[in-house]
Design a protein around this ligand. Structure first.
Ligand code: SF4
Length: 347
């Protein structure tokens, strides 16, 4: 009897990686999934925080996909080593600060480590030739295989017919004829295959699997690096960039103002680590002050916050200012008028 082969599948939670794993499972291969947590994942975080997103189903799509497929999923936190990918991508960034090609190489490399350590035979991904302009092109596919060290143990079941046969195909561990030749940006073949398998519920493609593909988010990250004079971040930095209105009146400080109840609750968890402001005479949001503000900056910050409180049309709003040592004082300020907040302050 031939030995049952084992494949490790990169599972993002989207349709493509789900289908790739399904295609291989259907061939009798033992499949387990890996999902890498980078800190920039779109899944769950803001949807869980924001009140307006509350109707959306909150689930970890990678876990959900694994459950649908009936496979084991390994969620691996790579947020620390992943920093080097974001800060120094060898192949540069995409349209925003998304280092997709370096990211793919890094993740496949991580899957290769897992494969070797756990006695698996090959790796599968849901990549499709021509699907993404930078990381999923015919010329970058061999590059990912080579630089990750996975070489011909990396199989892309959805577009295998457009690529040279890999080891699992040559060795007969999988039947190449039963793989696919998808290419280009169209999603129709994936949708047809999903229908063929009776898969009706799946995460809709949203332009990317992480916040780094988002223009506004990347703008905030670039602003953070510019203000600090160096490219660096920690996990709290990148979490806070997902939340609130970021207003930078000057290079040495910025405000993070909650836009709604859910965001205010989230920012509450950070209040003791930041100078912060809360309107007391009128209902309004919490604002964290990031940076090294001087006294007059804090008055300006209080006036900005007052603008976003329900006292925005009042003559004066009372704002409580709390410093890092926990001492606080009350400030009476006139709310800024909308035209006194230049567009350039909005990060
Ligand atoms: S979108 Fe984000 S997670 Fe996906 S390949 Fe690009 S950088 Fe990596």
């Amino acid at each position: 009897m031939s030995k049952q082969r084992k494949a490790v599948a990169l599972v993002s939670g989207g349709l493509d990686s789900m289908l790739a794993a399904k295609v291989i499972l259907e061939q009798g291969v033992h499949v387990e999934g890996i999902n890498f947590y980078t800190g920039f994942c779109v899944e769950g975080h803001t949807h869980a925080i924001r009140k307006r997103d509350r109707e959306r189903q909150k689930r970890n799509n990678a876990l959900w996909v694994a459950e649908q497929l009936g496979i084991k999923l390994h969620i691996i936190d790579i947020s620390e080593p992943y920093k080097d990918v974001v800060l120094n991508p060898k192949y540069g960034y995409g349209q925003n600060l998304n280092p997709c090609l370096d990211c793919k190489i890094f993740m496949v490399d991580g899957a290769r480590d897992f494969m070797e350590a756990e006695g698996f035979d090959f790796i599968i991904t849901g990549e499709v030739v021509g699907q993404r302009p930078k990381s999923q092109r015919k010329d970058t596919m061999p590059l990912v295989a080579r630089e990750s060290g996975a070489n011909d143990r990396l199989l892309r079941p959805l577009c295998a017919h457009n690529l040279p046969p890999t080891l699992p195909e040559r060795e007969g561990w999988v039947d190449r004829a039963a793989l696919h030749g998808f290419q280009g940006r169209t999603r129709k073949p994936q949708m047809a295959l999903a229908a063929h398998y009776g898969i009706e519920d799946y995460a809709q493609p949203a332009g990317g699997c992480c916040f780094l593909t988002d223009k506004s988010y990347s703008g905030k990250l670039a602003d953070l690096w510019g203000a600090r004079g160096r490219k660096d971040y920690d996990l709290d930095d990148i979490m806070l960039l997902k939340v609130g209105r970021h207003i930078r009146p000057d290079s040495h400080f910025k405000l993070i103002v909650g836009r709604e109840e859910g965001e205010n609750n989230y920012l509450e968890g950070y209040r003791h680590r930041f100078v912060h402001l809360t309107p007391v005479s009128h209902p309004g949001p919490l604002a964290l002050v990031d940076g090294i503000p001087v006294e007059e900056d804090l008055v300006l910050a209080a006036r900005i916050l007052a603008r976003y409180s329900q006292g925005r049309t009042a003559e004066q709003v009372e704002v409580e200012l709390t410093l890092l040592d926990g001492t606080s004082k009350l400030l009476q300020v006139a709310p800024l008028k909308p035209n006194e907040i230049p567009d350039g302050w909005h990060v």
